[in-house]
Design a protein around this ligand. Structure first.
Ligand SMILES: [Zn+2]
Length: 283
């Protein structure tokens, strides 16, 4: 049965019932703010109170949500009425998916590399996590800015075109007007995800990836490549065909590899390491 209660009311009751970690929302403010600059939400972000009209309302969920919000388990979503909700476990797992860990190194001296360079890896992990986290945050804010349902629509229908527009929104806000370093970091973050997925799904000269389960989003690796390409097109070397050539080595097919449920999966770099180890052992 579809609930007829307005989504803002459902979110407000959920908030009183303790569904959301408001402090987690506050900690995200520095990463949320850049995405509302120049939009109708500039200076109007609410992470502390029940949904407020005219503001971007952003919440981090820590438990299974009731009713029509139930689909947000292990996900982030724009739910209409200027409200974005992110599952905390999803945000944390996805953003740390390609971080360096001790188990992401193998071979002689790997323990020393990990211990001796702990500070360096920590800094790199922070940059990578922030890129992946802001991708998710910026994408959902993109839906809120670009795809607010009209009064006659109860829910917005998400299409591939809208998904691509939300990803482009993220990229534009995260790159245009930013310095070279920010752009380099974006390439870095996207490439870490791309490379680890390639290692995990590589067989007979190609990466074989499964279609996304919702049939609306492209698989993560193709979304990351499309963003990298867009970033290249906007940059000083639009003729650089790095991402184009990468995409030729990826085949999307049923039965292909996937990065799994984003709330349960193992760090992709650790998975890739185990696979590499096994491959080396076979020779
Ligand atoms: Zn989306």
């Amino acid at each position: 049965m579809i609930s007829r209660k307005p989504v803002s009311g459902v979110v407000a009751s959920c908030l009183s019932a303790g569904c959301f970690d408001l402090q987690a929302g506050e900690r995200l403010l520095p990463e949320i703010r850049p995405f509302v600059v120049g939009t109708r939400f500039q200076g109007k972000i609410n992470v502390d109170y029940a949904p407020l009209a005219g503001m971007l309302n952003f919440y981090v969920a820590t438990r299974k949500l009731p009713g029509q919000l139930g689909t947000i388990s292990c996900n982030c979503a724009y739910v209409g009425a200027d409200i974005v909700i992110c599952d905390k476990a999803f945000l944390e797992t996805f953003s740390s998916s390609v971080n360096f860990t001790q188990d992401s190194f193998y071979g002689e001296g790997s323990r020393e590399i990990w211990t001796n360079q702990a500070d360096l890896f920590e800094r790199v992990n922070q940059i990578t996590s922030s890129i992946l986290r802001t991708w998710i945050i910026g994408h959902e804010i993109g839906h809120a800015v670009l795809h607010a349902p009209t009064s006659s629509e109860r829910r917005i229908a998400m299409t591939k075109a809208k998904e691509n527009a939300a990803d482009s929104f993220f990229l534009e806000k995260a790159s245009v007007g930013h310095d070279e370093k920010a752009v380099r970091n974006l390439h870095w973050g996207l490439n870490q995800l791309i490379m680890q997925i390639i290692v995990i799904t590589f067989k007979d000269g190609k990466a074989h990836v499964a279609p996304s389960s919702d049939d609306i989003h492209e698989p993560w690796i193709l979304r990351a490549i499309a963003l990298g390409q867009e970033l290249t097109d906007r940059g000083p070397e639009p003729e650089n065909d790095y991402y184009k050539s990468l995409s030729r080595d990826i085949s999307v097919e049923p039965g292909g590899g996937s990065i799994g449920s984003l709330c349960q999966f193992q760090n992709l770099r650790e998975r890739a390491t185990q696979i590499q180890k096994k491959r080396l052992g076979e020779h």
